[in-house]
Every structure is written in C-alpha cells, then in structure tokens.
Design a protein around this ligand. Structure first.
Ligand code: GLP
Length: 241
C-alpha cells in the first residue's frame, strides 16, 4: 500500500491527478473505474481543466447508481458524472458506463454489468470511502467475493448522503453496486479520503486486519493500492499523527 498524506483537500486532489493524469497520458485507451461523491470533485476539476490530455479513446465504468433513479434524474450518479466531469472532456458518451437505476429486471442488469466488467478490465479504479467504511455501496458485512448486486443502504449512508437531497425521505433506500470482487480486480486502485468524519474508517483500514465489517479492507490484498488522504482524514493514524 502506498499511503500518501497531504495537507489539504486540494493537495490530495493533485496527488490523485498525478496518478490518473499520467496513466491517461501514457495509455490513450485506458479503462478508468470512476466514483461519485464529494471526495473526487477536486480531482474531476483538475481533469476537466487539463486540456493537454485527451479522453477520446478512454472508457469509464462507474461504481454504482441509486435504484429507481433514471440517468436524467438530477440526483442520479449518471447525472452527477455528466455534470461534474464528462461534459468537460472529449470522452464519447457511449464509452461511459454506469448501472441503469431503472432497469426493468434488476438481476439482469447486475449480470449485464458483470459482463461489462469482464470485457473491460480496468487499468485504475478510483474510490471514496463512506464514514462506515463502505466502498461503492458495499455496506458492512458484504462478502469480499460479491459481484454486482442490489443493496439496501445502511442508515448511516442514507443520513450521510441526505445532504445532497432536499429531504432525507428523498434518498433512495436501494442501489446497484459493483461488488468488492470486481473493485479489487482493477490493476491500480486509488482511494481518496478527506475530512474528519472519514478518519476512523481510514484508521481501521490502515491499522486493522481485513474484515467484511469494514468493506474497504478488501483492498488490503491489492498489490497496487494508493491511499491518498488529507491531514484530517489521517488524524487518527498512530504512525503519522
Ligand atoms: C456514496 C458513494 C461512494 C462514496 C461515498 C462517500 O455512498 N456510493 O462511492 O465513496 O458516498 O461520499 P463522499 O465522497 O461524498 O463523502
């Protein structure tokens, strides 16, 4: 594991862009696993601003989507990706993939996504982390060998994510998520965390053994894992405190 502790959110975003930008500059047809949430927004801004890098041959595969929200819904992750990243890049819309939140047959949609993940091995997977240690929407207790599935969101996740909705009742209770088995299949994994409310999950990830109670700990087996933190997210680590 490469643990990088930076001073600020901006420095964390720049460190992440150092990894992703140089990959896409070297490998024009890279396959990127992308994440939503507020954590990667600074990185996405840097990607959008850098006009020297082309995404014409890049493909992207997103981690998750709320069940019941269509790609046109302003709270959907498909909408988030278009608004915060894709519209600024020369990426082709047909090369961007995300689960279909309104698929008529959810089991079929999960199987479709697994097929996609098999066909498009990711060069890099970007991740945030939930305050309870979830990655994508793999909540505590998810088996490490899970593939794409529908989850019922933990109460803490609904609460955390409600800040982006008008009312907590509007937060969907279920979501499609890439499973832990596929997240760890990416060649390189970059996990970002900033802010004090991620510090305990980060501490458990770095200092404790792998355990499904902390889904992010599935990453501990990965051979090319970057954990990039700001000072607050690193504040409970014993060795860097
Ligand atoms: C959601 C997403 C995760 C994300 C997490 C943290 O639950 N499904 O992929 O990592 O929130 O979000 P934030 O970056 O806003 O703290």
């Amino acid at each position: 594991m490469k643990l990088i502790v930076t001073e600020t959110y901006e420095a964390m975003s720049r460190a992440a862009y150092g990894v992703i930008g140089s990959l896409v500059s070297k490998k024009k047809d890279a396959v990127l696993g992308l994440a939503t949430g507020s954590t990667p927004l600074g990185l996405y801004r840097l990607m959008a601003e850098d006009r020297t890098v082309s995404y014409r041959d890049v493909k992207t595969v997103n981690l998750d989507e709320y069940a019941g929200l269509s790609a046109a819904h302003s709270q959907s992750y498909a909408y988030f990706m278009r608004e915060n990243l894709f519209r600024y890049l020369d990426i082709l819309p047909q090369n961007t993939h995300i689960p279909n939140g309104v698929a008529p047959d959810p089991a079929e949609e999960c199987a479709r996504y697994d097929g996609l993940l098999d066909r498009l091995p990711r060069d890099l997977q970007l991740l945030g982390i939930g305050s309870n240690g979830h990655i994508a929407f793999n909540e505590p207790g998810t088996p490490f060998d899970a593939r794409t599935h529908i989850v019922t969101l933990a109460e803490s996740t609904v609460r955390d994510n409600s800040r982006l909705f008008d009312r907590i009742e509007d937060v969907p209770k279920q979501a499609f998520t890439m499973g832990l088995a596929d997240i760890v299949r990416a060649k390189t994994v970059v996990l970002l965390a900033n802010g004090r409310n991620k510090a305990e999950a980060v501490r458990r990830l770095i200092e404790e053994d792998a355990d499904p109670a902390l889904p992010a700990s599935a990453l501990k087996q990965h051979e090319d894992l970057y954990v990039i933190l700001d000072r607050e997210a690193a504040s409970l680590l014993h060795e860097t405190a």
